[in-house]
Each structure stands twice: as C-alpha cells, then as structure tokens.
Ligand binder design. Structure first.
Ligand code: UT7
Length: 328
C-alpha cells in the first residue's frame, strides 16, 4: 500500500500588516491585552478586492513549484476554509478554474481550524487506496471581512487573520516516510459555542428575533478549555498509535489559536516550548491556513528535517479536532 507524503509546501499572506495597536481604531483594546492573552502581535489583512480562492491559488502555485509539478499533475483538490468566496459552490472549484484545470475533482471541507488535519487524513486515504497519486490540499481564509468591527466584537476580532497554506501530497512506496496515522473527532453538541450563525438556511434572508446575525460568536473560556483537553488527547492517541514517547517527537505543530493553549499542552506533556513550532505572533489565528503556514515556515527555518517525527493537531469550531503523525 503506498504512503502519502508532503512533496511541496506553499504559503501566501497579504502584504498588509495590522498591528495590535491598529485595532484601537475600532476596539477598546491594547497591545498588552492582546499579546498577554493570546501571544498575537500582528496579523495580515487583505485589501479588497480579494477572495479566499485567490489566496489559495498563490499558496498552491508555490507548493506546485516546490514539488516540481504543474497543475495538470493534480488528481484531486481539497479546499479547507470557513470563509468561502461564495455561499455555494465551494472555493475548490474556483481554485480549479484559476489553475486552468477543466474536470479535476474539487472537494470543499468545512472543519474550520481542524480543516487541514482533516484534509491530510482524507488525502492520505485516497492515496493509500491507490485512487489518486497527487492531491493538492489548501487551507485558506479571509476573515478580516467577517470580523465584527463593533465595540462588542473585540474579543473575537483581535484574534483572527487572513492567509493561505498549501501542500502537495503524493504517493510513495517508501514506507519510512509520510503520513503514518490520523485520528479525527467532532462534537456537535458544542456547535453554537464558536460560530457565525447567519446567513442561515433556517432564517431565509431576514433576521429572526434573537438571532446572532452575521457576527461571529465565541465562548472563549469554554473553547479554550476544550482545546487544551482535546488537543492533548489527540496527541496521546497519535503517540500510542506509533509507540512513541512525547520526547521522541522532534516537532509538534498545533493549530495557532492562542499561545497559552499551546503552552498548556506543552506543560501537560512536560516538554519545552522549543518542541512546538509557533508563529501566532505574526499571523494570529488563520484557521484552516494555520497548520500549513507553520509547516512551511518550520521547513524554511530548518526546524523540519528528513526523518523527523512530527505530530500535527488542531481544534476548532464544530467542535472538531484531530491529529496526524508523520515522518518528514
Ligand atoms: O480557533 C478556534 C479556537 N479558538 C480558541 O481556541 C480561542 C480560545 N479562547 C481564547 O483564546 C481566550 O478565551 C480569549 C483570548 C478569547 C479571551 O481570553 P480570556 O482570558 O478568556 O479573557 P476573557 O474573555 O475572560 O476576558 C477578560 C476581560 C473581560 O473583561 P472583564 O469582564 O474581566 O471586565 C473582557 O471584556 O478582558 C476583556 N476583553 C478585552 N479587553 C481588551 C475581551 N476582549 C478584549 C480585548 N481587549 N480585545
């Protein structure tokens, strides 16, 4: 059975840097509050017009180039986003068209911050069965356009950024590298704890009394608590599936939602923060793009070397979470 491995990575973030202090134009907030509560110093925002598929296209082009491939080599596109260009169809078909492809299948997945982990698992299954040999997985978001700029939007508004990451996933007969295992979970009982509830099929185009409106809602403390617990559990599951001890893992990459969540997970395993790659200070929470952007920068900065044991884990709206164990 072939193994799936990442043969090329790409990323794209818009050039416009928005510092914590810039957010004071809308919110009663401070650099000190944002940095100490989340670890974020700045994020990138698009300057309109721009679309999520555009950002994904930029990242995809780089991933293809680094893998030495062209669009015509792609057997399947998987597009993970919570901020699609359109209500429907998904951004995957828009990316397919931008890449100049005609009938390549495109699959959109809506697993929010866990989108890239889910996407890797899906890609890996398609490759292991032999159905596809080369899959483009993109995680991309434009979140600056749904942020609530009203004063009460500050708790969520300061956390999120725009960006895209892409990975080309290919088949290899070399069983000593690539994706070894993946574990996926969700718990819809908590769907309303982190959501944008409208536009909704339940409310047609008019707001119902008591509806949230087109505004993000997050029960921050509840999400925080579950994120620490569930990402910790997902790492334990990955470790036991591989027979690894925590200290055997060269690099952990966790979804970048809050540096305090990552610190809590590191403390739980008794590991130093050096084992956890982080760039949340530069980009904030880029949702489905956060893990591929981390992978890209970790590789560029020399933190990922051939043969390294790597565990990825994410948690987000849904709730959804999961982990992937791989040899780089
Ligand atoms: O990607 C999906 C997963 N997302 C997450 O994992 C996020 C999880 N949650 C969190 O990261 C944290 O809960 C937050 C960063 C969102 C909030 O941190 P917190 O320590 O839970 O703060 P809090 O919500 O309890 O707010 C503390 C205080 C409140 O004031 P009072 O009631 O104590 O007077 C807030 O009104 O901070 C106030 N506050 C702010 N102050 C300045 C809330 N947002 C801000 C702000 N600037 N932006």
């Amino acid at each position: 059975m072939p193994n799936a491995y990442i043969s090329g990575l790409g990323m794209y973030v818009p050039p416009k840097v928005v510092c914590n202090d810039d957010l004071r134009a809308w919110y009663d907030t401070s650099d000190e509050w944002i940095y100490t509560r989340s670890g974020i110093k700045e994020r990138r925002w698009v300057e309109e017009p721009a679309s999520t598929a555009d950002l994904g296209y930029q990242a995809a082009q780089e991933a293809l180039r680094r893998a030495g491939k062209t669009p015509s080599d792609i057997d399947l596109i998987i597009f993970a986003t919570l901020s699609p260009d359109l209500y429907f169809p998904g951004s995957g078909v828009l990316l397919q068209h931008k890449l100049g492809l005609e009938t390549t299948p495109a699959l959109d997945i809506r697993q929010q911050c866990s989108g890239f982990v889910y996407g890797l698992s899906i890609a890996s299954q398609f490759i292991q069965t032999g159905m596809y040999k080369c899959i483009l997985l993109v995680g991309a978001e434009i979140q600056s356009t749904w942020i609530d700029y009203n004063p009460e939007g500050r708790t969520v508004g300061v956390l999120f950024g725009d960006g895209a990451g892409a990975a080309l996933i290919e088949a290899t007969e070399d069983s000593s590298r690539g994706i070894l295992s993946s574990h996926l979970y969700s718990q819809g009982a908590y769907a309303m704890e982190l959501c944008i509830a409208e536009p909704s099929s339940a409310t047609r185009s008019h707001k119902l009394p008591g509806s949230y409106g087109m505004r993000p809602y997050m029960n921050g403390k509840e999400v925080f608590r579950h994120a620490v617990q569930r990402m910790g559990e997902a790492i334990e599951t990955a470790l036991s599936a591989q027979g690894w001890r925590p200290q055997d893992v060269n690099l952990f990459i966790l979804h970048q939602a809050n540096i305090r969540i990552i610190q809590a997970v590191a403390d739980f395993f008794g590991l130093p923060m050096e084992r956890f790659y982080n760039n949340i200070h530069k980009y904030g929470n880029t949702t489905a793009a956060s893990i591929p952007i981390c992978l890209y920068e970790a590789e560029m900065e020399g933190y990922l070397k051939a043969g390294d044991k790597v565990i990825l884990t994410a948690f987000g709206s849904g709730f959804t979470w999961g982990s992937v164990a791989m040899i780089w």
